[in-house]
Design a protein around this ligand. Sequence first.
Ligand code: ADP
Ligand code: MG
Length: 320
Amino acid sequence: MLSEFELIARYFDRPQAPDGVVKLGVGDDCALLLPPPGQTLAVSTDMLVEGRHFFADADPEKLGHKALAVNLSDLAAMGAKPMAFTLALALPSADASWLAGFAQGLFALADAEGIRLIGGDTTRGPLNLCITVMGSVPEDEALRRDGARAGDDLWVSGTLGDARLALEVLQGKSMLPDHLMALAEERLHRPIPRCALGMALRGIAHAAIDVSDGLLGDLGHLLARSQLGAEIHATSLPAGPALAQQPADSRIDYMLNGGDDYELCFTSPPEQRDAVLSAAASTSTSVSRIGSLKTGAGIQIVDAAGKSLPFTSHSFDHFG
Ligand code: ADP
Ligand code: MG
């Protein structure tokens, strides 16, 4: 049986070359960071709880990826450059194969994004994964929710809806042929944090949010902070590859209300359209212009002819 400290040493304390940001990592009472001079520190925490965010038998390697990815997505939505992260872990037991898989998924993404695990806490308890990420962004260039202006274009990165489609199949509420389920599951288990795009949008986007609980709900938060409304063009919404194979009239609710997309929803003035497309191309990320921001409140969805479409909003709420 591993002790708490053996467990930390074996799975979470990795020798790493100095990276100019982390002065002191795992092993002391605090980690010490050196934020770039003149930049603000962006900090965000996200927790994944067994039975709530994932099933008890979830693949630990995928969980390791996702736990970090959902946190990095928040840095992306702020335009911040990832610096480092901490990991607070409650585990029912010190299961070596679970820990090895989890660490593998976690560090594969950490290495791909060039960030280090600098500390955390480890305790026995029902499985619970809590990560805090730290990033840096020039003070005036952070992509806040309250920066949108009337007349801005509304954009979303990547595609929407596949993660929710995969979840419904796993829950037995929908069915998909195997090859489409493989595509959809990839989006559910392996969200790609859009950090490079977020950074490339500094100075171009007025406001941004990441889509974690569904486009309408998350856009609603941005609109509330910016005191604006929006019009969305239904035909411009980007369906995920599996969703795109479903009947047209069944797609829209997945794109508007499906959660777990981890794409960026952002606004920018129409004169920045070319700059947005260059930022997307330079970071190999697709973007779709899905509407525009209006004075007043509320969201309207219109068809290709400009006719208003009825829709429901049922964004995810843990206490709703
Ligand atoms: P303290 O008692 O000061 O809270 P701990 O004994 O909990 O310290 O942790 C010892 C060291 O190991 C600290 O540097 C802490 O940040 C680190 N640590 C604990 N758990 C983890 C973890 N899951 N991942 C990374 N580092 C961890
Ligand atoms: Mg501790």
